[in-house]
Design a protein around this ligand. Structure first.
Ligand SMILES: Cc1cc2nc3c(=O)[nH]c(=O)nc-3n(C[C@H](O)[C@H](O)[C@H](O)COP(=O)(O)OP(=O)(O)OC[C@H]3O[C@@H](n4cnc5c(N)ncnc54)[C@H](O)[C@@H]3O)c2cc1C
Length: 374
C-alpha cells in the first residue's frame, strides 16, 4: 500500500520511478480493509479511487455488541468509509502506479541500501537513485541494514483474518450495512461485509490464547464465547491467517536520501482501520513536499516533522484500543458507550479519518459522497 501509492504519486509529478517487489506478482492475503475518507482522498488524488471502490460496500456505522448480540454502542461514521477487499485496493494502486509511468520489477529482492540512495538486489546488482523509498512492511530487513534506531514491540493481541462468501439472506438483513464488533472477555469478532459477495471476518484474541488463535479455528471454543455467532463459525473452513499486532517506532523516518515508510516505519494495531491509510497519506504528502526540493535529505526531515504527529496519534490510540482487550466486559462496554457521547473522545477516535491529507486540499467531494453527521 505504501510503496505503490508513493510510486503513483511520484510518477505523476514527473519522477522516473522503479518499484522492486520481491515476489513474482503483486499479491496480498485475503482480508478486508476499512478505507475512510482520508485514504479515499489519497486514492482519488492518484486516480485509484474508482477502481478501489467499485462494487465495495459503503459503511454507515460501526456497532459494538456483547457475546449475546446485544448492542453496547453505535458510532455513525462522520465521514465516508468503504469496506473493501485488500486485493481490490492493492490492484487499484498497482494499476494507478503503472498508468502513471512507474515501472514495477517483480522477483526483485533488495538486500542492501544506504543513505546515499544506493540499493543492491539479490543478484548483487547495484543501483543508485535521487531518492530511495523503503516500503518493505512490518518485518522490514532494510530497516536493520539502514541502522536507524527503532523499537518494535508486540501487543498482547492479534487477529485471525479471513474472507467468507456472503449468504443471500445476509444481504437483506438490516445488519448488512454495518461493521459489527462482538466482544466477549478477551475475544472479539469483527464482521465487515465488503461487497454483495464477500464478507470479511477478523477473530481477535490474546497471543497467549493458544487454542483461540489456532487455525483451523476451534469452532466449539469460539461458539462458547459467542453463542450468537455459532452459525458463522460453522462456515469457517476456508484459509485464514493469524497475525499478532505489533508496533514499530523509528527514531527518524529517513537517513540521507533514503526514507522508510508504511508498516516498516510505523506499524500499529489495526484497530482504527488507519495503518494502511497513514502509509498512503504519508506517501502522497512526501511526493508533494519533494516536488520542488533541491535538498532532498532536508526536505525529508521537514516532511516527517509535519506528518509524524498524526501517525504517532494513530499509533497511540490504536494501542489503547488493544488494551481494552484486557478490561472486564462491563468496563469496556462503558468505555464504548462513552465514545459517541463525549465530543473529545469521539474527536480522538475519528481524528485520522477526518484529516485532510496533504495533496488533497480543496478536492471536491466525489459523486459517491454522502453528507453524514455524527
Ligand atoms: C489484521 C489486520 C487488519 C488491518 N486492517 C486495516 C484496515 O482496515 N485499514 C488500513 O488502512 N490498514 C489495515 N491494516 C494495516 C495494513 O494492512 C498495513 O498498514 C499495510 O498493509 C502496510 O503496507 P506497507 O506497504 O507498509 O507494507 P506491506 O503491505 O507489508 O507491503 C510490503 C511489500 O514489500 C515487499 N517486500 C518485502 N521485503 C522486500 C524486499 N527486501 N525487497 C523487495 N520487496 C520487498 C513485500 O513482498 C510486500 O509486497 C491491517 C493490518 C492487519 C494485520
Amino acid at each position: 500500500m505504501a510503496g505503490l501509492t508513493a510510486a503513483a504519486a511520484f510518477a505523476q509529478r514527473g519522477w522516473s520511478v522503479r518499484v522492486h517487489e520481491r515476489v513474482s506478482e503483486v499479491r496480498v492475503v485475503g482480508s478486508g480493509l476499512s478505507i475512510f475518507e482520508n485514504a479515499l482522498r489519497v486514492l482519488r488524488a492518484i486516480g485509484a479511487e474508482e477502481d478501489a471502490t467499485n462494487g465495495a460496500r459503503e459503511g454507515i456505522e460501526r456497532e459494538t455488541r456483547d457475546a449475546f448480540g446485544r448492542t453496547t454502542s453505535s458510532l455513525q461514521y462522520a465521514t465516508r468509509m468503504f469496506e473493501i477487499s485488500r486485493e481490490q485496493v492493492v490492484a487499484a494502486l498497482e494499476k494507478a502506479a503503472r498508468r502513471s509511468g512507474a515501472e514495477i520489477v517483480t522477483d526483485s529482492t533488495i538486500v542492501n541500501a544506504n543513505s546515499d540512495g544506493e540499493i543492491v538486489n539479490q543478484k548483487g546488482q547495484r543501483m543508485k537513485a535521487d531518492l530511495v523509498i523503503v516500503a518493505d512492511g512490518i518485518h522490514s530487513r532494510l530497516r536493520d541494514v539502514l541502522r536507524v534506531p527503532y523499537r518494535r514491540y508486540p501487543l498482547k493481541d492479534g487477529a485471525i483474518r479471513m474472507m467468507l462468501p456472503r449468504l443471500p439472506e445476509e444481504l437483506i438483513n438490516p445488519d448488512a450495512k454495518k461493521n459489527i464488533e462482538y466482544w466477549s472477555g478477551n475475544k472479539r469478532v469483527l464482521i465487515a461485509p465488503c461487497s454483495d459477495s464477500d464478507l470479511y471476518v477478523a477473530l481477535t484474541t490474546l497471543n497467549s490464547d493458544v487454542k483461540g488463535r489456532s487455525i483451523p479455528i476451534d469452532k466449539e471454543l469460539w461458539s462458547q464465547a459467542f453463542p450468537a455467532l455459532t452459525s458463522l463459525f460453522a462456515r469457517m473452513d476456508k484459509d485464514a491467517r493469524w497475525d499478532r499486532f505489533e508496533v514499530v517506532k523509528m527514531k527518524h523516518w529517513s537517513t540521507g536520501r533514503t526514507v522508510i515508510i508504511g508498516d516498516a516505519a510505523h506499524a500499529m494495531a489495526p484497530n482504527l482501520g488507519q495503518a494502511g491509510a497513514c502509509a498512503m497519506m504519508n506517501s502522497l504528502s512526501m511526493a508533494v513536499m519533494l516536488e520542488d526540493a533541491k535538498d532532498i535529505p532536508t526536505r525529508l526531515i521537514e516532511w516527517e516533522k509535519r506528518e509524524r504527529p498524526l501517525t504517532d496519534h494513530t499509533q497511540r490510540y490504536s494501542s489503547f484500543y488493544s488494551m481494552l482487550t484486557l478490561w472486564p466486559d462491563h468496563m469496556r462496554s462503558l468505555a464504548f458507550s462513552l465514545i459517541p457521547k463525549i465530543k473529545w473522545l469521539r474527536g480522538q477516535h475519528l481524528k485520522t479519518a477526518l484529516h485532510i491529507p496533504m495533496g488533497t486540499e480543496g478536492m471536491e467531494p466525489s459523486a459517491a459522497s454522502r453528507s453524514n453527521t455524527v
